[in-house]
Design a protein around this ligand. Structure first.
Ligand SMILES: NC(=O)c1ccc[n+]([C@@H]2O[C@H](COP(=O)([O-])OP(=O)(O)OC[C@H]3O[C@@H](n4cnc5c(N)ncnc54)[C@H](OP(=O)(O)O)[C@@H]3O)[C@@H](O)[C@H]2O)c1
Length: 324
């Protein structure tokens, strides 16, 4: 069995913030701006949108999927046929059977008002409840075999667990399309230490880089006297002091190239062979991020950035469920 056509562009757009008040300060009044973000992205070829059935806080749970579905229905213009709505289904402790995963996929599709294009397992339960994982992965495969999704992907898996799942899916004739991990100049662990890029290349899987801006730190707009609110501010405060040399290097390269720091940070991910999915909360951010595609950093600039990244003692915190 082969996967139906999914178009994977050079870069995508993350939508975790769309509906999340707790971490991202989302307000419903942002919706028209978010629709502009969607339209701008699609118009410029950024046609992959990443969401999750756990996105949205409190009563807003599922909001990101609902908004994406609405924006998709409303969109009129170029690249419509290339749009890929990718959601992640969470292996909640109460989702225990393969049917539970199929039902979760159907619920996401209902919120979006259309079928999911790419369905991804949000994280691995290998570290704490391995038997649950195989049931849920079987359900993910069922969604594909029943023609309810065009492709299957994983998230927060390391090389060892990825290989096991790949083998199991191969036995069913299903090719895993994508793996997403936290990958940025401040989060090189999954690629450098777990070797996920090499494994993906060997298995024919495309790597997606989530949080490529390290939740905004790599844009250079935050400092010890200008921190984002809440938990994000706390995390920034821990990381910023040790990241100054890296940020200075990013700034110098950005100036030299007449790009912004965000564009250079995103382009670094592209140069590493990953598809970055930076989050954007307004059209200005989206326009800037779109300016990260269509060009490449020089080899020397990538090496310089790698050198700075390797000196980081306090990187971004990894997802606790990231498997080995
Ligand atoms: N699989 C997983 O477990 C997982 C985990 C995390 C994320 N993700 C996915 O990856 C996507 C991207 O990651 P992320 O949203 O966590 O973080 P990110 O892309 O590293 O940072 C996004 C945030 O940075 C700020 N920003 C974006 N572009 C900017 C620009 N050009 N100039 C200035 N500020 C800018 C915005 O927040 P402010 O304006 O508030 O600063 C924006 O929400 C998510 O939306 C989600 O789809 C997946």
């Amino acid at each position: 069995m082969t996967t139906k056509q999914i178009h994977l562009p050079e870069m995508g757009c993350g939508t975790w913030a769309w509906g999340n008040r707790l971490l991202w300060d989302y307000q419903e009044s942002m919706d028209s701006q978010l629709q502009e973000v969607f339209d701008l992205c699609v118009h410029n070829g950024v046609t992959l949108f990443d969401t999750g059935d756990s996105y949205g806080t409190g009563k807003l749970k599922g909001r990101s999927e609902i908004l994406l579905g609405k924006f998709y229905q409303d969109y009129q213009g170029v690249n419509q046929d290339k749009i890929c709505l990718a959601t992640k289904l969470a292996p909640y402790p109460w989702r225990l059977t393969r049917k539970a995963m199929v039902d979760a996929g159907l619920a996401s599709a209902q919120r979006m008002g259309r079928n999911i294009d790419l369905v991804q397992m949000h994280w691995s339960t290998a570290n704490y409840l391995p038997p649950q994982e195989w049931q849920l992965l079987a359900g993910l495969g069922d969604l594909f075999e029943q023609g309810l999704v065009k492709g299957v992907g994983l998230s927060n898996y390391g090389s060892k667990t990825l290989r096991k799942v790949h083998q199991r899916f191969q036995e069913r004739g299903i090719q895993i399309k994508t793996l997403q991990v936290q990958y940025s100049l401040l989060s090189t662990y999954p690629v450098e230490e777990l070797g996920v890029k090499d494994t993906c290349d060997q298995l024919g899987i495309k790597l997606i880089a989530y949080s490529p801006l390290a939740l905004g730190i790599l844009t250079g707009k935050y400092s010890e006297t200008n921190l984002p609110k809440g938990i994000r501010g706390w995390s920034c405060k821990q990381i910023l002091p040790g990241a100054m040399s890296l940020l200075n290097c990013l700034r110098a390269i950005a100036e030299e190239k007449q790009k912004t720091m965000a564009q250079v940070a995103i382009n670094w991910c592209i140069c590493k062979g990953a598809i970055p999915i930076p989050g954007a909360k307004n059209p200005d951010q989206a326009k800037q991020n779109i300016g990260a595609i269509g060009w490449r950093l020089d080899r020397g600039e990538v090496i310089e950035l790698d050198k700075e990244a390797s000196k980081i003692k306090k990187p971004m915190v990894q997802n606790p469920f990231q498997s080995k």
